[in-house]
Design a protein around this ligand. Sequence first.
Ligand SMILES: *Cc1c(COP(=O)(O)O)cnc(C)c1O
Length: 408
Amino acid sequence: MTHHADHPDDTDRGADPALHARPGTRAVWAGEHGGFMDRATQVPMVGSVAFGYDDLDTWYEVATGAREGHIYGRNTNPTVAVFEEKLRILEGAEDATSASTGMGAISAVLWALLRPGDRVVSVKDTYGGTSKLFTEFLPDYRIEVELVDTTDHDAIEREVARGCDLLYLETPTNPTLKLLDLERLSAAGHAAGAVVVVDNTFATPINQQPLALGADLVVHSATKYLGGHADALGGVVAGRTELIERIYHYREINGATLHPEAAYLLLRGLKTLHLRVERQQHNAQGVAEYLEAHEGVTVVNYPGLASHPQHELATLQMRGFGGMLSFGLEGGLDALARFFPRLRFAHAAANLGAVETIVAPPATSSHVECSPAERAALGIPEGLLRYSAGIEDLEDLLADLDQAFAAR
Ligand SMILES: *Cc1c(COP(=O)(O)O)cnc(C)c1O
């Protein structure tokens, strides 16, 4: 978004040659035909908080949205605007806006669009922070939230048909890699008059395009795959202009603004998004197949395995199966505590989507706030390890797992 309600019109936007290019070309070029300061080929990091005007009329026009430009960094910033434009084009959206974190973006969507008396339908397996908004915060504002079994599409449709103002979906899910059928559920949401929101963090726009499948809004934790280097927090929302304007307006007042330095790092990361995702899912497939054949493993969750209960949906809905998987270790939490510190080419950390492989037990990361019984109900055994495949050489990752198993 540029300042206030006024954006370049569609003819201007159509001028970006990346608009009709393939995903890799979009990742590199989208939003980068701007003619930057001093003919810089790279998007400059503009740290300035304010933008000055000596002419009162121009200042007034920019401040009231009649003319394009920037006023104050909490509202808009040139570096941040390029990040938003790149994501707008990558997601095939009419408009996009950003936030300081993924949770900042998700909160802005919910607080901008929901009012007391509204009803949200979502699933039990959403990201931990999102789930906290649903169970801890929204009910205080008299917003009803119904969280349905993620594996039961009929039940989701039934709840939506009972009345739904906002249908919130996430696929594949964290950490058990369950899938939601976006085309089917978007249609159900629209039949009930709901706004359909999809968290596309795990799939990335390279593998999945929720808006093309019928969703109204797509959200990301840019902290993960979009940035890809685990050195910048960020969030983004893309979709129809009418919705994005309301979300931007809430966020500019709420103040959870994306920092220009983070936008700069995210833009640098985005240029290799397609290369990273291709390599990460190549590695994830190899690791998943290796683990599935290992006698020390109880279960492997990866949509690219023929044994995944929704492998066919994954093939239809996604271009690739992504870099995330999870697996259960024979021997539960004790075996897990001994196993993961032995991995030499994996950070043990509460993060994902980076160039390095990262492992995390849900019991200490994504689902730390759940009791063991609540985790069990979500199909998360205590011995489960989430595995975010990096871009290393697959042979080394497999050898690393081998030595960690051998030392058990
Ligand atoms: C990390 C994550 C979020 C939250 O993003 P932050 O940038 O940490 O605020 C939301 N959804 C998913 C699927 C995530 O993995």
